[in-house]
Design a protein around this ligand. Sequence first.
Ligand code: MLT
Length: 270
Amino acid sequence: MQTVSLPHGPLAFLDRGRGQVVLLIHGFPLDHTMWNSQIEALASRYRVVAPDLRGFGQTPLGDIDPERGFRMEEFAEELVALLAALNITKPVVIVGFSMGGYIAWQLIWKHAGLVRALVQCDTRAAADNDEGRLGRLKMADHVAEWGSSRVAEMMGPKLFSPRAYSERPRLLDEIRQVVGSTSPAAIAAAQRGMAVRADVSALLPSIQVPTLIVVGVEDAISTRDEMRSIAASIPNASFVEIPQAGHMTTLEEPVLVNEALIRFLGNLRE
Ligand code: MLT
């Protein structure tokens, strides 16, 4: 991992390979390691940049006040600053997963010129309903007393397909490890940011770049139907369903996700 110094504090990122830049934006409350298998698959053909978002993995929360929260557009601006610090001037392929997808919408919305193509995995375009928003604020208010490990236990059943949840304990352990070592303050800041995120559904028809939408058919957080309708709203988007996977497609079915990514990237013209 390397770090770049940004106004809110250092930001850690992995930078591997050469060629077309592929920016991998992880989900909540995870870090760049959720992409390990994709990094391995892509780094021989592309330049893969995989940051740890503000507060996650090896990136400290810096000067962010967890009570105020960190909004999706603020995460996005830090990624713009990262690309600038790396002197990356050609448009990049953005790959967002879940919360990373919320951030990716901000990039395509506010910095369309930076985006060569878009891949959205297991994410949503709609804002939260009242129940979802309240659930986030409750976690933000209590995570300091609960501890991060309890967050991992609470989220586990929603992150994986029922089968993976009961039969693949190693996957669950991996998540427990990452979530358990995330600071409660970072969890609170991101939850408050997600709670106020905008509904970007109206933006979808204006997306001009090649787009791939990927979803696990058993995703309980960003459902197959919701993602199918996102794909239908974006001109010429491709839609790939990953059989037997829940929300964590990149971990549950890495081979299928990698195949979809490599096919999509291979079809992009120079
Ligand atoms: C994620 O995987 O990033 C989260 O489940 C997103 C969310 O809480 O909406």
